[in-house]
Design a protein around this ligand. Structure first.
Ligand SMILES: Nc1ncnc2c1ncn2[C@@H]1O[C@H](COP(=O)(O)OP(=O)(O)O)[C@@H](O)[C@H]1O
Ligand SMILES: [Mg+2]
Length: 259
């Protein structure tokens, strides 16, 4: 067993009798930024939920921050920041934006479940990172989809977790917000935080990635961008792959799995 922040060995997951993750194994050093890509249905969301102890594999070994998420799930979920692909904030309860972010902080406290001045400050700061501090008193349900995503990112960031898991957060954001989020993730990396970003496409996150993990039920490729980003290696997984020039850079568009 290594001292890495994530350790996954020979893990297989079944959902409704279908094998969704097949014998996967990888390790993540801290700090680093890992991008997980793969076609729809590849098991990306399942992988994040497995790391959080929400889904239990039928085989294999998982350690997150040195803990076993299936024994210490509550602890792992308290220590890890997570932005799910589908938000679970109830739209019936009229929650204000500030409350949504504060909830993220409260859930991570062990015992003292009351709100302190520092909590409010941390929540404000997290919202400010995403230019959303002026929405503190707005109703969460009345925000646009992109704004709601930003509040949920702020909720995950507010308690300053060592490990952050983001499930397809870029797609729903406008270009300016994408740029903001990129520099925010870069700042977190400089603060020695580890970030796992699940995305459908590599652009724009590829520019700050340390490693890419290509998943399609099993791990197809895992390595540094210069190693993984070769057409020869990616074409068998993404037959529709093409490269374009954008602002003088060569960008790989993975496209869909099937032509
Ligand atoms: N709750 C569930 N019950 C049964 N099958 C599921 C469930 N969630 C996901 N799946 C199936 O598991 C596979 C992987 O899903 P998912 O992890 O969401 O993929 P991705 O996030 O890469 O699109 C898909 O075939 C999906 O249909
Ligand atoms: Mg998904």
């Amino acid at each position: 067993m290594s001292g890495n922040i994530i350790y996954v060995k020979d893990v297989s997951v079944k959902l409704k009798d279908q094998i969704v993750l097949d014998s996967i194994g990888f390790e993540v050093e801290s700090p680093s930024l890992i991008v997980v890509v793969g076609p729809n249905g590849a098991g990306k969301t399942t992988l994040l939920k497995t790391l959080l102890g929400i889904i239990k594999p039928f085989r294999g070994d998982v350690r997150v921050l040195g803990l076993n998420p299936f024994k210490d799930g509550v602890k792992v979920r308290r220590l890890v920041g997570y932005v799910p692909q589908k938000d679970r904030v109830s739209h019936e309860t009229p929650l204000k934006v500030g409350d949504v972010v504060l909830m993220g902080i409260l859930l991570r406290k062990k015992l003292l479940r009351f709100i302190s001045e520092e909590d409010i400050e941390a929540a404000m700061k997290a919202l400010a990172y995403l230019d959303m501090e002026d929405k503190w008193d707005s109703l969460f349900s009345e925000l646009s989809g992109g704004q709601q995503r930003k509040v949920l990112i702020a909720r995950a960031l507010a308690s300053d977790p060592m490990l952050l898991l983001l499930d397809e957060v870029f797609a729903g954001l406008d270009l300016e917000s994408q740029r903001k989020l990129l520099s925010l993730l870069e700042m977190l990396k400089n603060k020695k935080r580890t970030i796992i970003v699940v995305e459908h496409e590599l652009d724009p996150i590829i520019n700050i990635a340390d490693k890419i993990l290509v998943l399609n039920r099993s791990i197809c490729l895992y390595g540094e961008p210069h190693d993984v980003l070769s057409e020869d290696k990616l074409k068998p997984i993404y037959p529709c792959l093409r490269t374009i020039e954008k602002e003088g850079r060569r960008i790989v568009i993975l496209g869909d799995m099937h032509a």
